[in-house]
Design a protein around this ligand. Sequence first.
Ligand code: EPU
Length: 346
Amino acid sequence: MIKKNSLKICSDVDLSSYNTLGVSAVASVFVEITSRDDLLVLADQDFFKHHQPFILGGGSNVLFLDDPSKAIIKMSVKGKDIVDEDAQYVKAQIGAGENWHEFVSWVVENNFGGVENLALIPGTVGAAPIQNIGAYGVELEQVFDSLELFDMQTGTFKTFYKKDCDFGYRDSIFKNELRGQVIVTNVTLRLSKLNHIIHDSYGSLQSYLQEKSIQNPGIKDVYQAVIDIRRSKLPDPKDIGNAGSFFKNPVVSKEIFEDLQSRFEDMPFYEVSENEIKIPAGWLIEKTGWRGKQIGHVGTYQNQALVIVNHGNASGSDIFHFSKQVQKSVKETFGIELVPEVNIVE
Ligand code: EPU
């Protein structure tokens, strides 16, 4: 039986409180989904024949350029369940609309391991696999088991396992082949119960732990360290509008890297593979003089140049034009094309 209550298709909804950049935009069609059955109700009403909706989670990785032309589906399916366990691991299934950091805190309180390095990442659980969130040496794919999604074309639910998701650096099949076709309804992660693997080799994490003389950190130490480091570097959207890293860190060939390194000796880098090197976009932006700079109401954050911030009432297009200027400077100085990490919604 399909549950028909509580599903409301709204019009003219102000989206400013639904995106962490705090940009004003109005959705002409807006539906909030609180149970997976709501999707069947919408399919029953031929909603997906008339609309190719944009799926909104916590709005922490989106820039509305203007009033969106697409219908907006706000994903608010909740729930946290242990669906399987053995001596070593538990499998937790989490509703796509759960807040990511609240979920991480629940995991750490229960003494399960695997996501402590991903504390304080804004957004929802359902958005996490879309861009394979990552921080401080851990990416979601390392703990990912499977997810359930709704296929808007066929009106059916499907399960995708890790091998089906094509995870890459801030990338997955859901950003590519399946873009705009599916809605993630829940995510299942495999978390350790004992013998936790601690990832503490990321530079700033190591310095933090050394400074505090923590020698054999546990998951709670790493969790607290990540929270403190993030708070010191990244602005809280409650205080100042932002969407975290605005651009991805560019990956270049070894040849290009060596040429750049001969000209910029202090350039930080991470080896991705034998022939590919990742360069921190924040450093490139800082080097071109953009760190802490402001034009009108838009700027980069003083403590982390990769974060573009809304100092007041910047519009989506103000932020977009600012980002274009940053891209232009980096291109001119380094020959590198920065690619936005945030979803730009027209
Ligand atoms: N740096 C600068 N100037 C800056 C910013 C950074 O010189 O203004 C240098 C730092 O000194 C350091 C290097 O760049 O040597 C890397 O900086 P950081 O450790 O802050 O990490 P990041 O590469 O800028 C990435 C993620 C973040 C994630 C951190 C920690 C991307 C696009 N960003 O940033 O993710 O929190 O690593 O793991 O991969 C996000 O995706 O929204 C996000 C915040």
